[in-house]
Design a protein around this ligand. Sequence first.
Ligand code: DX5
Ligand code: ZN
Length: 217
Amino acid sequence: MDKCLVSPSMLAADFANVQRDVEMLNNSEADYIHIDIMDGVFVPNISFGFPVTEAIAKHAKKPLDFHLMIQDADAYLEHCKNSGAAIVTVHYEACKHLHRTISAIQELGMKAGVALNPHTPVEVLREIIADIDLVLVMSVNPGFGGQKFIPHTFSKVERVAEMAKEVNPSLLIEVDGGVSSENARELVQKGANMLVAGSFVFKSNDPVETISTLKNV
Ligand code: DX5
Ligand code: ZN
C-alpha cells in the first residue's frame, strides 16, 4: 500500500519541553507537524496562540499543518503565514464565506483545507472540492485530544475519496482524532492519505517508532 503522510499533533506534546518534542519530530518520519488552534468559542477549549506557534516554527524542520478550530479564521491567516504555515485548514461550520477564505489562504501562498465535524455531511463540499488542497475529516468532535475514534468516519472518508476522484485527484484527505494502529490501515484503504495522531504518538514509549508504524500501515 502507498505510504500515507503523517502529521503528529503538537496538542499532545509536553508544553514544558516544546523544543525537545519538535526536535523528536524533526528526527522522525513525520511529514508535517499538526498545529491545533482553538479559540474557546468554536470549540469548548483553548489550546495555544501565535507566540507559541512562532516558537514551534523556530525549531521545526517539517512543514506546519495548521488546523484552525476558531470562529474568525480570516483575521488570523496572516499570523499563520508568519508562523510558517504550509497548510491552513478551516472549519466548514465556522466559515460563512468559505470560498473567500480558501482563496485568501491560497493567495498567501499556503495550501487550503476544509475540515468537517463528525455531523457534517461530505456532500457540502461538492461546489468547493475542486478548489481546495485538502479535506480534513474529523473523527472526533473537535476540541480535545485523547478522544475515542468515531467509526462512521470510514464511510465519510470513502465518500470524500469518491467525490475527489474526478475533479481533484491530488486532494489530500486527512483524518484527525483518535487515530491509532487500530484504525489507520482501514482509513488508508478507504482513501485517507494523511493521518493526524496526537496521543497515539506522544503517549507511546517510542514516538519515533510509532510514527514509523503509522507511515507503514
Ligand atoms: C482535536 C484536534 C486533534 C487532536 C488529536 O480537536 O483537532 O488534532 O490533537 O488528538 P488525538 O490523536 O489524541 O485524538
Ligand atoms: Zn487537529
